[in-house]
Ligand binder design. Structure first.
Ligand code: MG
Length: 261
């Protein structure tokens, strides 16, 4: 290759490495889209760690009698988690045969791994139940000495405000709902937006504006290569995806061959 061509190519290669290094992968509901896994299962958490994701996202609900459970939907196999007792939910089985994990199970597993735990407080039926879910979660995380390993996310503004007030200083807390501007998020004291990709596309200036305000940015749920490339170029800090292998490869992470297909 001629020297002239090399001189032209090298800055682009370096630039792409720098750009890629900035954006981190969060596996949405763990790495579930692979054999033997299931959304929000312990296996999906271990697999997200195996493919070196920065984070693995999961969702929590509190039962009527105060047990925090890991699951996405409010109702699972006709059992509504918020209004059921722990006894009624403890034997519910996920599609991969695992029992529905308690938050305690999830944290115990997470403690053995490196992956950051991205914990979504689901919007509960009323503020009292939601506050109970937040308080029980914070208490358990503290007891298990995992404060530095948890990032909180929530659609409920009340939940975000409570987390900002009650979580240890320095904890990252993101708002999911999409309607608040970077300045409004800054005023609340949270870490930044974790917004749907359509919100950033409607407000292309928000990523830069967040960074200028010292906020970080996360985007969900980005599954197409073209969209991943778009947000990497825009300099978003985290991408939450159902296709973590694709994003990990795109951002220069080495993936074990068994997951790389
Ligand atoms: Mg979630």
């Amino acid at each position: 290759m001629k020297m002239k061509k090399l001189v032209l190519i090298i800055p682009f290669v370096l630039l792409s490495i720098v750009i890629n290094a900035q954006t981190k992968t969060i596996a949405h509901r763990g790495f579930w889209d692979t054999e033997g896994s299931a959304q929000n299962s312990l296996k999906s958490l271990r697999l997200a760690n195996d493919i070196h994701c920065f984070g693995s996202e999961f969702d929590v609900w509190i039962t009527k009698d105060g047990e925090v459970m890991v699951n996405h939907d409010p109702t699972f196999q006709n059992v509504t988690l918020e209004t059921a007792t722990y006894n009624e939910v403890k034997n519910l089985k996920l599609s991969n045969g695992e029992k529905m994990p308690t938050l305690k199970d999830y944290l115990k597993q997470g403690k053995k791994l490196k992956v950051q735990l991205i914990l979504e407080i689901k919007t509960h039926q009323n503020i009292e139940r939601q506050n109970a879910a937040i308080d029980a979660t914070l208490q358990l995380v503290k007891k298990m000495k995992l404060e530095n390993r948890i990032t909180y996310i929530a659609f409920s503004l009340d939940a975000v405000k409570r987390l900002v007030k009650e979580a240890p200083k320095g904890t990252e807390i993101y708002y999911l709902n999409g309607e608040l501007s970077p300045k409004e998020l800054k005023a609340i004291g949270c870490t930044g937006p974790d917004y749907n990709q359509s919100v950033y596309k409607a407000h292309p200036e928000w990523i830069k504006e967040c960074h200028e305000l010292g906020l970080k940015t996360n985007v969900w749920t980005v599954n197409k290569k073209g969209d991943m490339e778009f947000f990497i170029k825009e300099g978003v800090d985290y991408i939450t995806t159902n296709k973590p292998v694709v994003l990990q490869k795109m951002t220069g992470n080495k993936i074990d061959d068994k997951y790389a297909k």
